[in-house]
Design a protein around this ligand. Structure first.
Ligand SMILES: Cc1ncc(COP(=O)(O)O)c(C=O)c1O
Length: 423
């Protein structure tokens, strides 16, 4: 832990010396709120807005010619954004592409790699984001496999975290694949991707990850570690806009596989327009694109990435760790009624902090009323995300101040409960 201090002056000084602080001016912060929800939806930047405007202008001025003449040509847009994302996940440019949504990418990647070992088991964990389970179960059902038999669900001992040791113990001779999040969406625990991948490979098990809560805030080393495949969304820490196009990574040793969900946009580029009815996959992650790239949902990402390219993912992580440590420190010092549900060891924490309180739902409502944008996750968590490109130390201090007042005065009691038993 850093030598944090409880007073506001400390936070002000920290912001003054923070090299990333000037980047916040490039983001729009509605109503000057304290925006602590960047792990759900990142803010719009001027850069993302300009890139979207550019795409609209190219559409207006070039129409169909945009596929070849836009900057970059729309035909290669998915691959080009993949090249730019690769450093953020530690991959080779050709191993990354943007395409589809995260859920669709889970369908196609889990489906593709499961096809190699039909009938075998997939290891997941019980604290996963639900869509991961829905997609995997449906891929199993499509193959006539009973999901209740084929899914091994690693349980949490404390309801917050998953022990890597338990994941490794769950890998047995019948396991084909392990598919886990890098960061748990509720508690913010960061799993050890390298350890799990190495253990999986020792048992001939493929390792895939959902990086939705780590991409853009935690560095990855996917190629070096040898992760088989990964998916992520671009609307959280990457700030590419609501429902923006998602990203995926496939290790180069798997190039040439025919995707479970094949489509013409994943066809080998040079011959795509020969319009053959037989499919030749691109020899890259690009093969996992399906249909025509939605340029208007990809363009903001092109702008958003400019900000990442002016700094480094390591610098972003350093600030993120410092902000979450500071938040944990303030909770410990000032908020007696709350518990921190996120691992205290920074190496085991992603970019957000889960604050637990029996009245978490109403506390969240009271925070929103005061202009602190947070989200609630049942049964008892308020998630606070100091997204490092636009949140500073003084913002974190202010949020702790608001929270302390709400708890001390029991201001949350003025708000309705959710009506389903959740308070
Ligand atoms: C871990 C994780 N995976 C997937 C998703 C959502 O996927 P999609 O963008 O397909 O809705 C989320 C959304 O918050 C998430 O947290």
């Amino acid at each position: 832990m850093d030598d944090f201090e409880v007073g506001r002056e400390f936070a002000v000084q920290r912001d003054e010396t923070d090299p990333l602080a000037p980047l916040a001016d490039r983001f729009y912060d509605p109503d000057d709120e304290w925006y602590m929800d960047g792990n759900s939806l990142g803010l719009l930047s001027e850069d993302a807005e300009e890139a979207l405007d550019q795409a609209v202008e190219e559409w207006r001025e070039q129409a169909i010619r945009g596929w070849t003449d836009a900057d970059p040509p729309w035909f290669y847009y998915g691959e080009q954004l993949g090249d730019r994302l690769a450093p953020l996940v530690g991959a080779k440019p050709e191993e990354v592409v943007v395409a589809n949504s995260t859920t669709v990418n889970i369908h196609t990647l889990v489906g593709t790699f499961y096809d190699q070992t039909e009938g075998a088991k997939i290891v997941v964990d019980e604290l996963d984001f639900p869509t991961d389970h829905y997609a995997i179960r449906s891929q199993l059902r499509q193959r006539g496999v009973d999901p209740d038999e084929a899914l091994t669900v690693v349980e949490s001992k404390d309801g917050r975290t998953i022990e890597e040791e338990d994941v490794i113990d769950a890998l047995d001779d019948d396991t084909a694949m392990v598919f886990l999040p890098s960061v748990l969406y509720r508690s913010g625990q960061l799993l050890d991707v390298e350890r799990i991948t190495k253990a999986a490979h020792e048992k001939d098990v493929l390792a895939g990850f959902d990086l939705a809560h780590s991409v853009g805030v935690v560095p990855h080393d996917l190629s070096e570690v040898g992760v088989d495949f990964a998916v992520w969304c671009s609307y959280k820490y990457l700030n590419a806009g609501p429902g923006a196009i998602a990203g995926l990574y496939v290790n180069e040793r798997h190039f040439g596989e025919t995707p479970a969900l094949a489509g013409w946009w994943g066809h080998e580029k040079d011959t795509q327009f020969e319009m053959r009815t037989t499919y030749t996959p691109a020899q890259s992650a690009g093969a996992f694109q399906i249909g025509t790239i939605p340029i208007l949902s990809a363009a903001p990402l092109a702008g958003a990435l400019e900000i990442f390219e002016e700094t480094s993912i390591e610098a972003i992580r350093e600030k993120s760790v410092s902000l979450t440590e500071y938040l944990v420190f303030l909770v410990d010092e000032r908020l007696d009624d709350c518990e921190v549900g996120t691992p205290r060891d920074s190496d085991r924490r992603g970019g957000h902090v889960a604050i637990e309180h029996p009245e978490a739902y109403r506390v969240g409502e009271a925070l929103k009323e005061r202009g602190v944008v947070v989200d609630f996750r049942p049964p008892n968590v308020v998630r606070l995300c100091p997204s490092p490109l636009y949140v500073g130390y003084e913002d974190v201090w202010e949020v702790a101040e608001e929270l302390q007042e709400i708890l001390e005065t029991r201001e949350y009691e003025a708000f309705d409960t959710r009506g389903d038993g959740v308070t």
